[in-house]
Design a protein around this ligand. Structure first.
Ligand SMILES: [Zn+2]
Length: 208
């Protein structure tokens, strides 16, 4: 009986330290050759077994579902983001909607390897910022992701979401309240990033 109590105490101590907590997530890889998502996988592992690639050092946000919370924007749109940055996203978006920003759709947490170098089969090898719940997409149907787009113009190729149009009420630009407020909160806007991509719907700390 005494050993049983000792075992239970040990289990409780480990539980209090969080070592036996489970991390779960579903993921996929983006295949650049096929231009499609492949290798869908449901993962369940101990937090203590997480690898460095599964944790964002800047925010301490992991790709675990258990680290995400739902934030309600303007009383109607719910978005899942990492618990460590949820208050700053909630406050930026509520200031933006109070300043007249129209939000029709918003997306946050979604785990997938859509960044980084390609492996031998053409699969991307790094988790996106959305994977950690540290990026959001606003009004994707009017704020596409474009490639071949150092400066915006007819040569840009739409790869995700819908066409960006300078004068559309749901398309974002440098003076949009959500762009202003998210930048004041330390985020970068994908519409202003250097390089060949313009991701008008996207906000994260790096912009990518
Ligand atoms: Zn995005």
């Amino acid at each position: 009986m005494r050993w049983l109590i000792a075992v239970i105490l040990l289990i409780n101590a480990a539980s209090a330290a969080g070592e036996d907590r489970y991390c779960t997530y579903s993921t996929y890889k983006w295949n650049a050759y096929q231009r499609s998502a492949v290798e869908f996988e449901e993962v369940s592992k101990l937090y203590s077994d997480l690898t460095p690639e599964e944790i964002d050092t800047q925010t301490d946000c992991s790709i675990c579902r258990e680290d995400q919370v739902s934030v309600l924007i303007a009383g109607k749109h719910s978005v899942q983001v990492c618990k460590h940055i949820a208050p700053s996203i909630e406050s930026a978006l509520s200031l933006a909607t109070n300043a007249g920003q129209e939000i029709e759709e918003i997306r946050g947490y979604r785990v997938g390897m859509t960044k980084g170098a390609l492996d031998g089969e053409g699969n991307r090898t790094q988790f996106s910022n959305h994977s950690f719940g540290t990026a959001i997409d606003v009004n994707p149907q009017n704020n596409g992701l474009y490639e071949n787009c150092i400066d915006f113009g007819a040569h840009c190729i739409l790869r995700k979401g819908g066409e960006w149009a300078k004068d559309h009420r749901l398309s974002l630009h440098a003076q949009s309240p959500v762009v202003i407020e998210m930048k004041l909160s330390g985020f970068k806007w994908g519409g202003e990033i250097q390089g060949k991509q313009k991701d008008f719907m996207h906000f994260s700390y790096s912009g990518y």
